[in-house]
Design a protein around this ligand. Structure first.
Ligand SMILES: [Zn+2]
Length: 460
């Protein structure tokens, strides 16, 4: 056996080394197609779709529900057809008509928030289906109007990918799994765009792209993305900042059109974007894909967990380990086959003060936790032992440290994976359309609880 292993390594190692230096780099170009007020934005979307098609590049157009309906009512079948030849994602029902998602999700818990998101944003998904003939490939929030509850609703909509930018959650500036949804989010240095107002800066943008691509190629590969809005190519200010600043409501009859670019400035913007994308397309080893192709380039999120390793680690630090989320590891400790379950809906403290729990009582609590997970497809926020309870963190650490004796020593769990969720609620929700000073620490706290499910997405 040893000889066979050694021989296999001789064959495999050089191959792996070659592969590492040549790891795949994927590039996503996406457009938040949202301006339903300025008709010139329809033409901008059309022009971008046609020019990119000519270049042999497929982009992802994340369309707002109201925008899709407006294209239809303005009779812009030409725009709808041109966009449909690219990929179609979703970018909320109304985008900026108050209240935006983070505002209405803030006072709601996990499940009530998911139901509310589904009720408010579901129409647009159906309208996109009717108008473009597809289920959107992905979703991304308007501005920074993020809430973790949206992910449960996305699963119900059959939307497998979350693609946007934001600081709410992130993992090593690369795609990750979170709440059962593949996320392209928080890409940091791998999120880039050329300044469409300044031709002198194209070189800067292409060099930044080359650096990011080279770094990924020399590592284990990865994803780079760029996003724009079609409306940016024809206006000098955002349509929603003009009509819904700080969450102000404006009736459709009073909508004001944003300031237009001059034709020269518009032409220059298209030219710069296309030049940048041409550079990306010509870069060896870079493949341009759409959001719809994303799930195929990543490994299954369900991988075998080594329970012995979890027992050693969890008592010290509850954290992501390789391709496994904290939830994956806890499920393995409880004897589950690899599957997806949500993180807890709340944070409940421990009340157990004893240093150990008798075997029979511990087993009873453990069995109760297993049944709860099976029933709700969600980790419990706490586990009962008689009338005392352990928080999920303390339960996980205690379970990991169980030596099988007549009593189980109580341990305190340290949730190290929570560092991947933003702490600064003011900064995370900063957006011109949110009310002045808006912050939603409640949503970040829910996001932290759901980080039990966070883990890297590994390229196939
Ligand atoms: Zn937007």
């Amino acid at each position: 056996m040893k000889l066979v292993t050694a021989l296999l390594l001789c064959v495999l190692l050089p191959a792996m080394a070659v592969r590492a230096a040549d790891a795949p780099v994927y590039y996503l170009l996406w457009f938040d197609t949202e301006d339903y007020i300025e008709p010139a934005a329809d033409d901008a979307a059309l022009r971008l779709a046609l020019e990119l098609e000519k270049m042999g590049v497929r982009a992802t157009f994340k369309v707002v529900g109201e925008k899709a309906r407006v294209l239809e009512s303005r009779g812009r079948r030409d725009v709808i057809r041109a966009l449909a030849r690219h990929d179609i994602g979703y970018h909320a029902e109304n985008h900026s008509i108050p209240p935006s998602p983070a505002v209405y999700l803030k006072p709601l818990g996990l499940l009530e928030g998911a139901a509310e998101f589904e009720r408010r944003e579901g129409h647009g998904v159906l309208d996109i289906g009717r108008i473009f003939g597809v289920t959107p490939s992905c979703y991304g929030q308007p501005g920074s109007s993020w809430g973790p509850q949206s992910n449960i609703a996305l699963r119900r909509f059959g939307i497998p990918v979350y693609m946007d930018e934001g600081s709410h959650v992130g993992l090593n500036s690369q795609p990750f799994w979170y709440m059962g949804i593949l996320h392209v989010f928080g890409l940091g240095p791998n999120n880039m765009r050329a300044d469409i107002n300044n031709p002198a800066r194209i070189g800067e943008a292409t060099r930044q792209f080359d650096r990011a691509a080279a770094a990924l190629k020399n590592n284990s590969g990865g994803v780079i993305h760029t996003y724009y809005h079609p409306t940016e190519f024809v206006t000098t200010e955002f349509w929603d900042a003009v009509n819904f600043p700080r969450g102000r409501y404006t009736a459709p009859s009073d909508y004001k059109r944003p300031n237009a670019r001059t034709p020269e400035s518009s032409e220059q913007a298209y030219r710069i974007l296309l030049e940048f994308v041409r550079h990306v397309k010509q870069t060896p080893g870079v493949r341009i894909i759409t959001a719809r192709e994303l799930p195929q380039i990543f490994d299954s999120p369900h991988q075998m967990v080594d329970v012995t390793k979890v027992k050693q680690r969890f008592a010290e630090s509850i954290d992501i380990d390789g391709a496994h989320s904290a939830a994956d590891q806890l499920l393995a400790l409880l004897g589950f086959q690899s599957r997806y379950v949500d993180g807890p809906a709340g944070r409940v403290d421990s009340t157990v003060t004893a240093t150990s729990i008798p075997r029979d009582l511990f087993n009873r609590g453990k069995q109760d936790a297993i049944e709860s997970i099976e029933r709700h497809n969600r980790l419990p926020s706490h586990v009962w032992f008689g009338v005392e309870r352990l928080s999920l963190a303390d339960f996980a650490a205690t379970l990991a440290g169980d030596q099988g004796g007549p009593a189980v020593a109580v341990r305190r769990g340290k949730l190290d994976f929570e560092r991947h969720v933003a702490a600064d609620a003011r900064r995370a929700f900063n957006w011109a359309i949110h009310p002045e000073g808006f912050e939603a620490p409640e949503l970040l706290e829910l996001g932290r609880l759901q980080a039990w499910t966070l883990k890297p997405a590994r390229l196939r």
